[in-house]
Structure formats: C-alpha cells, structure tokens
Design a binder for this molecule. Structure first.
Ligand code: URA
Length: 432
C-alpha cells in the first residue's frame, strides 16, 4: 500500500477501504506520511467526499490513534456534550451544573478557542485559581464526589485529530462534513462517556452555514455515535447571531453565572434547558426529554445548579466566591462603544463579525502562540429584533489595550444591520 495510490483513488472519486484509511491515519500520526501527501488527500476528500462507511472508518481510525479514557470507576450513565463551535457559546458552564445537579455524572474534556469561536477551557481559566489540567485519578474522584469535572483535552486523546486539524486549518479543508464528523466524534468516542448530546451550530457564525448541511452533519455524527455503541442525540441550533449578550472569557463566565441565578438572556436560558433536558434523559435521570426539561428547570429555579457550579469551581482549585463577586475576575481597563447609525430595528447581527471583533479585542488568539486577554470581549446591548434610535448603544467592546479594543469596535460595528421594519423571530432550536 502506498500514499500516492490512496490519493489517486480518492482524486478519482473512488471509495477508500478501511485498511487504506487506517494506513493513512496511523502513518500520518506517527510521522511517516508527510504533510504534503496528507494535504493532498484531505483536499481530495474535500472535493470528492466520503461515504458514511468511509467516514465511520476514518473516525474509528482516529479514535484509536491514542488513548481511550476509562470512566468505568464513575457510577451511573456518563453523558458528554459537544458544540460544533459558536460565538458566545458558554452553554457547557450552564448545562454541566444543570445536568449534574439532576444526578447525571459529567466527565468532560473541552477544547480551547479556534479562530473566531471561543473554547470552554479558555473561559474556565478566567476563574482565579481554576485548574483545567487534572490527573486522571483526580478527574474520576471529582466526578464521583462533585458530579462534574471539565478539563482540557489531553494530547493523548485522538492525536491524529490534533495533527489533522492543524493541517486542515491551513489548507482550506475545515468545513467538510466527513472531516468535521471524524474530528469531533473521534475525540468524543475516545473520551469514555456512555452517551453524547451534540449541539450542531448552524448559521453565519458556524462552520455549517446552511440548515441542510447542519442537519446532515448532525445525522452523520448520530449514526457514528450509535454505531460505536453510544446513545447519541444531535440538536441543530441557530448561530446566525451570537448566543446571549456576552462574548469573551470573563464576560461569558459571568453571563453563565447570571443564567444559573435565573437572570440569563432568554436564548441562553432556553438553549441550556433544552440541551440539559436531553442530557438528563440520556443519563437515565428522566423518563423523557420533557421530564428532563422539568428537572433542569427545577435545578435552575431552586439554585441547586448554581451551587453545583460553585462546588465544581472549588473542586478544581478555583475561587467559588466569583459567583457573588465579579470583581474577582480579570478586569478590563479600556472600552469602546458601538452606536446605531440610524433609527429602526436590528435586522441581523453577524455572529462571525462579533467573533472576529472579540478576537481583535484580545479575547481570542490570532496565532496559536498568542496569550489571551481574559478580561476582553464584547457585551451586546441589543439583539436581533430590538428597536433602536440613532446614536443608541448597540455594543461595548472591553479589554486592556485601547488599540485592540478600538479595532474590535470597528469590526463589531460591521456586524449590526439596522432595517426599517422588525424582522421575523428566528427559531433557536431548529431540529432534534
Ligand atoms: N470542532 C472540531 O473539533 N473539529 C472540527 O472539525 C470542527 C469543529
């Protein structure tokens, strides 16, 4: 077997065998297949596509390229949750405590921000003292005692994805159904949970902009999860405007806390309750998603989920006092306001521009080596559908470097489209 023949076969639109896919994945992970051949194959896959069978074989080969986490010492049905990536998506910090407060053990590995989308690990590092790296034994003990632990993905989980993702990022081969599916599902299937809830983002702030593509991605990931013996549900949700009002690390953690206090924006609250309801159902703590929803609502209203968040923070070395004293978070020193240029209604807010604006302000990395300004980001004052007057505040950009904050504000201004009439109300949860 050799790489040239495999690239040729895919270039001609033929189907690769399981052995050929395994040969590629193991060779690339071990470094015997060079970047230029892997890039050529990725582009051939991007252009010619892969069948469901090939995507499944690719996912499994990537899953077994590294360690498989053993969570068998954790009692109960372990449920994982994954978002395909969005702007202002802080739901893990809300649904984790909601589901854990209802008795579902959550042992989750999360990633850092990617391009203009944020990552849970970066957000959690905004909490003073919080550790995102925990020894394997401590991770299990935390889930058994607190019910919830979220740590950074280790380099030993699906190392093939780590290398392939970095290559896709620089060869214009990210937004392909089979490549996204294998990337996400290889990590999820190696992470040891029994069930998975997938939040598939759809819209201009997501990798899948079209609804049909997001549905196809969801269905492919569900099939692969099930074929690997995991109960899997995908929820296609809107990412045509940022989720909630806050984008940026400290700002998003504060919004997650406010949501657990019952003061969250409507979209974040509804999406979190929706995702938590499926996690509680898959975790066998409710007989149906509807029952799961009621349980999640009760955990929110009673304050049990907020208490679970505090236990989770303390368990990983963070200061749980952040839930009542927001001055404990890294503080911004500069700000810049974005004002409406006309009377009317907010017709759309391009999530991608807000994500880029947040990145410019210092909240995200522009290169892998960049350090993040944990205080930086954006607070929206208006969401889609709001009436505005000329000169009224649309958003405020925060950070510690005025130049970066001003650059962020210029980008954020491009995101808002004001129109004379109120737009139709969009649907947040589009499909299960
Ligand atoms: N998230 C991932 O982990 N991989 C992708 O390919 C896209 C989103």
């Amino acid at each position: 077997m050799n790489m040239n023949d495999i690239i040729y076969k895919k270039r001609e639109g033929q189907t690769l065998t399981k052995d050929e896919i395994e040969y590629f994945v193991s060779g690339y992970t071990e470094g015997t297949i060079p970047d230029y051949q892997a890039s050529a194959l990725l582009m051939a896959i991007f252009l010619k596509g892969m069948s469901r069978e090939e995507t499944y074989d690719l996912t499994r080969a990537m899953k077994y390229s590294g360690d498989i986490v053993d969570l068998s010492e954790i009692k109960g049905v372990k449920v994982d949750k994954h978002s395909t990536g969005g702007v202002g998506d802080k739901t893990t910090l809300i649904v984790g405590p909601l589901a854990a407060a209802c008795g579902v053990p959550i042992a989750k590995m999360s990633g850092r921000g990617l391009g203009f989308t944020g990552g849970t690990v970066d957000k959690m590092e905004a909490i003073p003292g919080f550790r995102t790296t925990v020894e394997a034994g401590d991770f299990i003990n935390l889930v058994n005692s607190v019910g919830l632990s979220v740590i950074g993905q280790t380099a030993h989980i699906a190392p093939a994805d780590k290398k392939l993702y970095a290559l896709r990022d620089v060869t214009a081969t990210v937004d392909n159904l089979s490549l996204i599916t294998s990337s996400i599902m290889s990590k999820k299937l190696a992470s040891g949970s029994d069930a998975i809830v997938l939040d598939v983002k759809c819209g201009n702030g997501a990798f899948m902009e079209r609804y049909e593509d997001a549905c196809e991605l969801g269905s492919l990931m569900v099939d692969i999860g099930k074929a690997d013996g995991k109960r899997t549900i995908a929820v296609v949700t809107d990412m045509s405007q940022p989720l909630g009002l806050a984008v940026g690390n400290s700002l998003e953690v504060i919004e997650a806390i406010e949501t657990l206090k019952g003061n969250g924006p409507e979209d974040i609250t509804e999406l979190s309750l929706g995702l938590a309801s499926y996690m509680i159902y898959l975790g066998e703590k409710a007989a149906s998603p509807e029952e799961g929803y009621l349980a999640a609502k009760e955990a929110l209203a009673s304050g049990r989920a907020l208490k679970k968040l505090e236990e989770f923070i303390a368990g990983q070395g963070g200061n749980p006092g952040v839930t009542s004293d927001y001055t404990l978070f890294p503080q911004s020193t500069c700000k810049s306001e974005v004002l409406a240029e006309a009377d009317g209604f907010v017709g759309s807010i391009e999530a991608k521009s807000i994500g880029l604006a947040s990145q410019h302000s210092g909240a995200g990395r522009e290169t892998k080596e960049d350090t993040i300004d944990l205080s930086a980001g954006i607070l929206l004052a208006k969401k889609v559908g709001a009436a505005v007057k000329k000169g009224e505040l649309l958003a405020t950009v925060f950070g510690t470097d005025q130049g970066r904050v001003d650059k962020g504000a210029l980008e954020a201004a491009k995101a808002f489209h004001i129109q004379p009439a109120a737009p139709e109300k969009g649907i947040l949860i589009k499909r299960i």
